[in-house]
Design a binder for this molecule. Sequence first.
Ligand code: NAP
Length: 278
Amino acid sequence: MATKIDVPGVALITGAASGIGRATAIAFAQAGCTKFALLDLNEGGLQETKGLVEQSVSATDISVGTYKCDVSSPESVVSAYTAAKEHFTRVDYSVHCAGIIVFGGPSADFPVEDFDRQNSINYRGLWLCCREAIKIMRSQPFDCEAYPDANISSVRAQRGAIVNISSGLALYAQPNCPAYCGAKAGVLALTRCDALDYVADRIRVNAILPGIIDSPMTNPSPEIRAWLESNPVQHTPMKRFGKPEEIADVAVFLAGNKASLVTGASWAVDGGLLAGYN
Ligand code: NAP
């Protein structure tokens, strides 16, 4: 059971149809949130996540909105965030999990279309989501005013919090992944910039660097799965795949008021991978 979040606010999650995004939605529900805007391209997966969120807690007042959204399209992102804001009146937490990985080869062999596609989702798409989240958050009252029963002190009050899912590959390389690694490094720089630019608005922005997590992304084929298992996973001090829930729990913490002094940070959640290998 996840630690309770102080403010049971509105949680918006991209990439919510699968893996880390799905686990994040469930973790927010277990932490006490009751209002969800779930975004993804995959409508069937979104409905499954909605069902799992509703089943994961006994609360009867759970409200889950699903929004088909292509994060690479500015129109689609604006439309989904606008619809979520209209329905729920505010967005307290925006967690950006949507992403893809394409193993296109080293740079000289890497197709331009694959490079552009990864950037348009993993970096530009995430930025589009941050942009809409910030527009909503900066114009909404502090959470201590919107949720007086939560008894949030003025020091810990916030208008909203953003958690960007980057990757350990922002800081170390894996063969054949130049576009993915570059986009994920860009997410860290963007996180720091937004954290700085919106600190006075009391919007916190942080990034998580997952290690190797057991999700559909790390199961594209038996060959890639076997390579991950026998190579990078074995270089991880904990020598195991992480679980999506282990990323989700950190996302809930970073979004909540208990992390009120944390902004612009890059949190590794990777079984020790960035610390070194043994
Ligand atoms: P996942 O299970 O494949 O989930 C990614 C989700 O993003 C899927 O539901 C996917 O939909 C959706 N998506 C893809 N393109 C989209 C678009 N244009 N617009 C909206 N949604 C889109 O992978 P995951 O492991 O949970 O990954 C979540 C995040 O963690 C990603 O940003 C990933 O880069 C990052 N990450 C993962 C790992 C890992 O080991 N798994 C490690 C480090 C970082 P479809 O299924 O329809 O494509």
